[in-house]
Design a protein around this ligand. Structure first.
Ligand code: FAD
Length: 458
């Protein structure tokens, strides 16, 4: 059996940050990737990362702080997220941003996104990020990446410490000894019908978008050894996808965070559109036939951001995914909602905007506490049929702030670490955009530092 200091399961952002960190510390590392390429859900993502106090924010005059980031995360998580994990994120986030920059990851823009009080969504091209980290790994002879090599099971030694990974290559079973630790970085289970049906039957009918290998293997392997799990009751889809959306082709638009409203097939609003798009997804799924539309006017359309993964509404128009109409009458006709109801909905909404008080749903901002809504009044008008996609399962294996996997009593399962989407506890009841890529990078590196400080098994 080959011997390594660390065996990492999964080559998404968490696994790749960990591989680079461990390799640079001189550790002998094996990274197992189930697919024939790196990237998992990471490379399908919109690329927003949540960091505060960065040079990019400073250059655009945005005042921000770790304290504000942490406070937003706790608020978005409904206060039930593990505060020690959120605090650890706060402690390491800025240094992680700088580490990524130093390792060639390019941050190209900043946007206000779900759950942030200020523009804090730092956008990467996830392919570029993974390629950069991969380039660095190739310079490190002590790091080996093995493709098409799914990890199957973990084994404990006589002292009860996890020290062996059973995996498969070319249909043959192999074993690797992990002398200092095993890091599970195998992502979530957005592609496992079995686990989704088991843990989130309410999401039947939601689109499934996520890394092809994300079947929750890591959760099963950790569970077998007594890992506790967290946040499963809060599994929600993400709102804002066109019903035809599938895979990497972008068919997502979050016009509601630029001022659109959401209406159901009856032409009625049903939610405060500034809240987390996870919670919007939940509300949208409760509408008749689960059908809803984002509706906006030219004022919102003018806020379209070229080449942005979430806000490029002009791209949606070019792809013929939008209805465009010169009058509300025409728009109501396009989406088959009763005109008088739609007119009344928009008129009430506009009145609320002018009065500074949305008496129906309490909307006072564009997203979270940021930005002011505008009336929907300037033709042409647009509608975008939108639905919910299960793209990331922000729930899973319990870890402590040192990325050590813990059992139901909060005790570390010796030798076992986890980072990235496979973990639970961090997001709590709600998800703030950018915090999942963020946590993958932050906790991937924390896990390595902790594991390498352990005494090696002999
Ligand atoms: C469409 C979309 C948009 C998103 N947008 C954002 C965003 O803007 N900001 C944000 O923060 N988050 C976003 N997310 C979520 C985010 O992308 C993921 O949570 C994050 O990339 C997870 O990183 P990871 O390294 O934990 O997992 P992944 O990137 O999914 O990597 C896991 C890897 O493990 C491999 N693997 C699985 N099982 C095994 C096994 N048994 N053995 C070996 N390898 C295995 C997989 O093949 C995969 O390559 C988005 C997700 C999607 C799908």
């Amino acid at each position: 059996m080959d011997r390594y200091d660390l065996v990492i399961l999964g080559g998404g952002l968490a696994g790749m940050c960990a591989a680079v960190e461990a390799g640079e510390q001189g550790a002998n590392v094996l990274l197992l990737e189930k697919q024939d390429e790196l990237g998992g859900s990471t490379v399908l993502s919109s690329g927003y990362m949540a960091f505060a106090g960065t040079d990019m924010q400073e250059q655009t005059g945005i005042m921000d702080s770790t304290e504000s980031l942490v406070a937003d995360m706790v608020e978005v998580g409904g206060g039930v997220n593990d505060q020690t994990l959120v605090a650890a994120y706060g402690k390491h986030q800025l240094e992680t941003y700088q580490w990524l920059v130093d390792h060639g990851v390019e941050f190209r823009a900043l946007e206000a996104v779900s759950g942030h009080s200020v523009p804090r969504g730092h956008i990467i091209d996830p392919h570029q990020a993974i390629q950069s980290l991969h380039r660095r790994v190739k310079q490190l002879p002590n790091v080996t990446i093995c493709f098409n090599a799914p990890a199957r099971r973990l084994l404990k030694n006589a002292e009860g410490r996890i020290d062996t990974v059973v995996y498969e290559v070319d249909g043959k079973e192999k074993k690797a000894l992990a002398a200092r630790g095993v890091l599970i970085a195998s992502g979530g289970f957005a592609k496992s019908e079995e686990l989704l049906n088991h843990f989130a039957p309410q999401l039947k009918g939601a689109l499934r978008i996520g890394g092809a290998g994300n079947h929750g293997d890591g959760i099963r392997m950790a569970w077998e050894h007594g890992a506790w799990v967290q946040d499963l009751p809060y599994l929600n889809g993400t709102y804002g996808f066109h019903p035809t959306a599938a895979g990497p082709v972008k068919s997502q638009g979050l016009a509601f965070y630029k001022g659109a409203i959401m209406v159901n097939q009856q032409g009625k609003r049903f939610v405060n559109e500034s809240i987390s798009y996870k919670l919007l997804g939940k509300a949208a799924f409760e509408q008749p036939e689960q059908i809803s539309y984002q509706v906006w006017d030219q004022t919102v359309m003018d806020k379209s951001v070229f080449d942005d993964p979430l806000y490029d509404f002009e791209l949606l128009k070019r792809r013929r995914l939008l209805y465009k109409a010169d009058t509300l009458e025409e728009l109501a006709d396009c989406i088959d909602v009763p005109l008088e109801v739609l007119e009344d909905t928009i008129s009430r909404y506009n009145q609320g905007v002018l009065n500074g008080e949305d008496s129906d749903f309490g909307r006072t901002s564009l997203t979270h506490n940021y930005g002011k809504p505008t009336p929907i009044e300037k033709a042409p008008f647009y509608a975008f049929e939108s639905t919910v996609a299960m793209l990331a399962t922000y729930a899973g294996v319990s870890v402590n702030a040192a990325a050590k996997v813990v059992n139901p009593f909060g005790e570390h399962i010796p030798g076992l670490y986890a980072a990235g989407e496979v973990t639970g506890g961090f997001h709590g009841a709600g998800y703030m955009t950018g915090s999942s890529l963020g946590k993958a990078a932050v906790f991937g590196r924390i896990a390595v530092r902790e594991a390498l400080s352990e005494k090696a098994v002999v």
